[in-house]
Design a protein around this ligand. Sequence first.
Ligand SMILES: O=C(O)C(=O)C[C@]1(C(=O)O)C=C[C@@H](O)C=C1
Length: 333
Amino acid sequence: MERDTDTAGTPAASGAQERRPRYVYLGPEGTFTQAALLQVTSPQEADLQPCPDVVTALERVRAGEADYAVVPIENSVEGGVNVTLDTLSTGTPLVIVGEMLVPVTFTLCARPGTRLEDVRRISTHPHAWAQCRRWITQHLDGATHVPATSTAAAAALLASDEPNPGFDAALCSELSARQYGLEVLAAGVADNPHAVTRFIRVARPGALPGPTGADKTTLMVHLADNEAGALLSMLEQFATRGVNLSRIESRPIGDSLGRYSFSIDAEGHLAEERVQATLIGLHRVCPTVRFLGSYPRADGRRPHVRPGTYDADFRAARDWVSGLLAGLRVSGD
Ligand SMILES: O=C(O)C(=O)C[C@]1(C(=O)O)C=C[C@@H](O)C=C1
């Protein structure tokens, strides 16, 4: 498991070795994001500060008020976390230096004395709601969703002195329900019991985590406007160098209808020749390419490297061309 070893964009890199790393995360206490954060550090090793939303957490890293942010990026049921993808794609550059996986199932909880059949309005994060829709229809048909900034924020409001929180129950982690002293009405709530959310550790650009042989590189690219085959030429850059993609999704750029950016996770590390060659190719065919980090995969899965795309193959090919050029120079004298 990845621990906080100060390998990238780090206080150590900027010369402040003695300072404890400062982490911000999507809070409050009890979120799945906090569970992800606790996979890589602890309150004994680092200062951990909850933030009310993803944008605030990332902006605090940009402003230098924190060294790392831990935020959700992708869920196996609901897909990409748009606010994270969009905030990383624009503004002052940030890089991903690690990823963590957390299995997610939910607990329906309420103020003591509430009966399951009385629950009409349920608050939770929209991703959590999407992962429990079928269960809600089966057990509480007609119940409506009150969106919250996180699963734990819904639980915290329910546990507060607020006389009318605007909902009867919260869908959150079992830990949150216990932490906030709520009564569990249903445990193990999930349409898909194997749902997993992927979280990232984000820093300001600095030294990259070294290659492990099981890494991912995250990119954001724009395509050439009104050009037939622009998407194909972008994808060809990966395919011809044997670089497999583990995620690709489009997001509106926002300036006019029909303009999209592509958020991509590719297998491999920037230190590897085939990834470098892919980036060189992308730079030639795409008007914008943003490098968002190379970091170890949480599942440790190594890519299948196609013959002809090993580092040694690229080096041998380059040496061959250099030899040709050297020969030409000799004969042109
Ligand atoms: O609300 C939380 O507890 C979070 O950590 C956020 C989040 C998400 O953004 O997807 C994380 C995991 C679950 O999928 C639901 C919500």
